[in-house]
Design a protein around this ligand. Structure first.
Ligand code: SF4
Length: 623
């Protein structure tokens, strides 16, 4: 057995791309004192097997092993901790983090492999604890620690919150945080001014800010880094409007490589000044996450959540109209006081604001939150992580599951952003403008037909949306419009020109020796109804079915490694028609005949001039 001298701090992240910022703070604070043994930071993710994680930790021969535990990682962390204890009986195992801070005695009672628990903010407590353990001193006086001694569980008093966050060196600039991922979380403040009863932030102390100088120094470090996105963990970024203005201005002035910044905001707190400041920010620089949760005043009252709905609507509308920020709205299902009908009204309310993303999840009863007091009374939740609420006095379990499925559908359809006009068209024309009615019908359709709630590839989604529509709509004009729009939006979502369900006009004679060729990358597709008109006005459709077909020309980017970048060529109809004819190797005489058959109501264009224009624009060339 190797020398057991290393001190390892570890966490299981949800994904390989995520990092445990909390560990970086612990390391950064510990190592700021000179002469300290460096901590070894070992991060894993849920996709790794316990065996491989255990093997890696065993190879480190730790004498002290500390885990940061979250809602997603408790059971697996306990299994891994148990294995390490079996391998090294003399090891000290410490747990910390929100998932063990509020039930530390219970965890120590149930799991003998765990020796100590650090409750609440960990930086100061952990460094005091480690100093005592390494020097063999008593830990009796260390606030914020629960431990076992002579078979007894001892819970030392709570520790106060860290008042000056700048006491913790920046884990980025101190080198404690690795930079292998494309995004990172960033903490410019702790605590939240609001006290929503389901949220851990409501009990994690008052708002404390890092100084603006510290934030600017960290931002400078980010500007020079390879990160593509920085997600601020500040619970209400715009709580202090002057500070929010300073940070946004600083980012706008110095973010020359257009790194994306993500903020959680309370929209009704936004000032006109901040909206103005965001108005000329480049596309994609700011991503705003707006917690709405419910628009039912009674549900909001019951969870102690306060905002002015009218002002919230005005602010989101202003952000949408005047800025190019990406707007993401959160909704919670199964809140006390919310029936299924109330949830549907909330969904319709936020849908009307046209955010780019709507995230729907069922509320969870997190340990330490005031919502726990309602369990066994008016709400019932999973007893184990993730503690999702499954039933309330206002919502049956089947309804909760329906909301969960609708959340997955909204994520896969609307949030994917691939079929925006199609969805709008369906909502407006088949469900009387109500998105919730559409998603209710869609969830039932998905279930009855055993469709997957996770496979939303563009092809799969186009197919399923079309089938769903055909089952829900008998009007011929509307069916044709939907088919055309779905096919068109599918093409915009793909990197290659796919699918040819509608045939072009009959160009009869094919030329053996074609004098013209369409330029590479350009393709014409034919539609039953004009998808470009439908795309701009999906709420207005032609009920009449056209006799002919409509040509639309696209330019497909040939770089298959990139995200799709398909361009719609803005052509006159005779130009697109001519391109389509040449693509189908039509004889010139057949083009005129086909035009007359396809568009009997339109005069015959001067195709010689059309040809010249297309050649001049580089859309076709002479062979
Ligand atoms: S839900 Fe948001 S606003 Fe409410 S306490 Fe939590 S972080 Fe604060």
């Amino acid at each position: 057995m190797g020398d057991m001298t290393s001190i390892v701090i570890s966490a299981l992240n949800t994904r390989h791309t995520h990092s445990a910022l909390g560990l970086a703070y612990i390391k950064s604070f510990w190592e700021k004192f000179p002469g300290r043994q460096p901590l070894h930071l070992a991060e894993f993710d849920l996709n790794q097997t316990n065996d491989s994680i255990i093997a890696e930790l065993v190879a480190l021969s730790p004498c002290i092993l500390a885990f940061s535990v979250y809602i997603w990682s408790l059971p697996r962390t306990l299994a891994i901790a148990g294995a390490l204890k079996a391998a090294f009986p003399e090891i000290t195992i410490i747990l910390g983090g929100p998932e063990v801070s509020f039930n530390s005695e219970e965890v120590l009672n149930r799991y003998v492999a765990v020796d100590l628990i650090v409750r609440g903010e960990g930086e100061v407590t952990f460094q005091e604890l480690l100093t005592a353990l390494l020097s063999g001193r008593s830990i009796r006086e260390i606030a914020g620690v629960t431990f076992r001694e002579a078979g007894q569980i001892i819970k030392n008093p709570d520790r106060g919150f860290i008042s000056n966050l700048d006491d913790i060196p920046s884990p980025f600039r101190s080198g404690s945080y690795k930079t292998v991922h494309s995004f990172t979380y960033y903490e410019a403040s702790r605590g939240c001014p609001s006290k929503c009863s389901y949220c851990l932030s409501s009990v994690l102390g008052p708002v404390r800010n890092h100084s603006i100088e510290r934030v600017k120094a960290d931002l400078d470090w980010f500007f020079a880094s390879d990160y593509r996105q920085i997600r601020f963990t500040d619970r209400t970024f715009n709580f202090d409007l002057a500070r929010a203005r300073q940070i946004i201005s600083y980012i706008k002035q110095n973010n020359h490589s257009n790194i994306n910044f993500h903020f959680e905001i309370q929209a009704d707190f936004l000032s006109e000044e901040i909206i103005d400041l965001l108005a000329d920010a480049p596309d994609g620089m700011f991503h705003l996450e707006i917690g709405v949760q419910s628009t039912n005043p009674e549900a909001l009252r019951l969870v102690n959540r306060r905002f002015n709905l009218t002002i919230l609507r005005e602010r989101i509308t202003a952000l949408k109209k005047r800025t190019r920020c990406y707007l993401h709205v959160d909704l919670l299902g199964a809140l006390p006081g919310d029936t299924l009908h109330d949830f549907y009204r909330s969904l319709d309310d936020v849908w009307a604001l046209e955010p780019h993303g709507i995230q729907i999840s069922l509320v969870k009863v997190l340990r330490g939150t005031p919502l726990q007091q309602l369990v066994n009374g008016v709400i019932a939740a999973m007893p184990d992580p993730p503690y999702t609420v499954l039933r309330t006095s206002w919502l049956a379990p089947e309804e909760a599951m329906l909301i969960q499925d609708i959340g997955k559908l909204v994520e896969g359809t609307h949030n994917g952003g691939r079929f925006p006009a199609t969805l709008k068209l369906i909502v407006c024309n088949c469900f009387a403008g109500s998105a919730s009615r559409m998603y209710d019908a869609m969830a039932n359709y998905w279930r009855v037909n055993h469709l997957q709630f996770y496979n939303f590839s563009p092809e799969n989604l186009a197919h399923n949306l079309l089938e769903f529509l055909m089952a829900n709509c008998q009007r011929p004009g509307l069916r044709a419009a939907c088919r055309s729009l779905i096919e068109h939006e599918l093409r915009l979502a793909l990197k290659y020109p796919a699918g040819e369900t509608v045939k072009g006009p009959d160009f009869a004679e094919k030329q053996k020796k074609q004098p013209w060729r369409v330029t590479q990358g350009i393709r014409v597709f034919w539609y039953e109804q004009d998808p470009l008109k439908l795309q701009t006005c999906p709420d207005k459709i032609e009920e009449t079915v056209l006799h002919g077909v409509i040509p639309v020309a696209y330019r497909f980017d040939r770089d298959f490694s990139a995200v799709p970048s398909v361009e719609i060529l803005q052509l006159e109809i005779e130009e697109a028609f001519m391109l389509g004819a040449i693509q189908q190797r039509s004889e010139s005489s057949a083009i005129e005949t086909a035009w007359a058959k396809n568009f009997p109501e339109k005069p015959l264009p001067d195709f010689a001039t059309t040809l010249e224009k297309l050649q001049g624009a580089g859309l076709l060339y002479k062979v």
